[in-house]
Design a protein around this ligand. Structure first.
Ligand SMILES: [Ca+2]
Length: 156
């Protein structure tokens, strides 16, 4: 007996999805941040792969939740500031504002946006880019600077 042609690809796809560690849905902010920061590029299964952006990007613990690291706290502060001013900023706008500010939340000498570009953790001073700041900044600027992390235009 021969199998219908669709059985094998379908089974393989299911196996691939099931073999991704912690294949549960990711929190909403992370689902928004990953494409905005281009961490999804070249990874068709990014929505199922928590390794694409570690919880420790914003949180202290690997499993997320409280407390937040200095970068997570910077995002929270920006939300509070916006709310106090009567704003209703969306998460992508807040993320962009924090990155555009040029601040270095973890104080490791690399501004947050450059850490995003280098794929290191902006809230962990032990996670630093492997090249000198001037060299990294030149590459970052050539790639479009902070503007490359502008929020996506909302779909209509
Ligand atoms: Ca860092």
């Amino acid at each position: 007996m021969t199998r219908p042609a669709w059985v094998l690809p379908g089974t393989l796809a299911a196996l691939v999805v099931l073999s991704v560690p912690v294949a549960s849905a990711m929190p909403r902010y992370r689902l928004q941040a990953i494409p905005q920061l281009h961490y999804d590029r070249g990874n068709a299964l990014w929505e199922l792969d928590r390794r694409v952006m570690a919880c420790t990007f914003c949180h202290v613990n690997d499993s997320g939740g409280a407390p937040w690291n200095p970068f997570g706290q910077a995002l929270q502060a920006a939300f509070r500031q916006d709310a106090a001013a009567g704003g209703k900023a969306r998460f992508p706008d807040v993320l962009y504002a924090v990155l555009r500010s040029g601040d270095d939340a973890d104080g490791d000498g690399y501004p947050d946006a450059l850490e995003v570009y280098a794929r290191t953790l902006p809230g962990d001073p032990h996670s630093v880019p492997d090249r000198p700041l001037p060299e990294l900044r030149a590459a970052f600027d050539a790639a479009g600077g902070a503007a490359q992390y502008a929020p996506p235009t909302p779909k209509r």
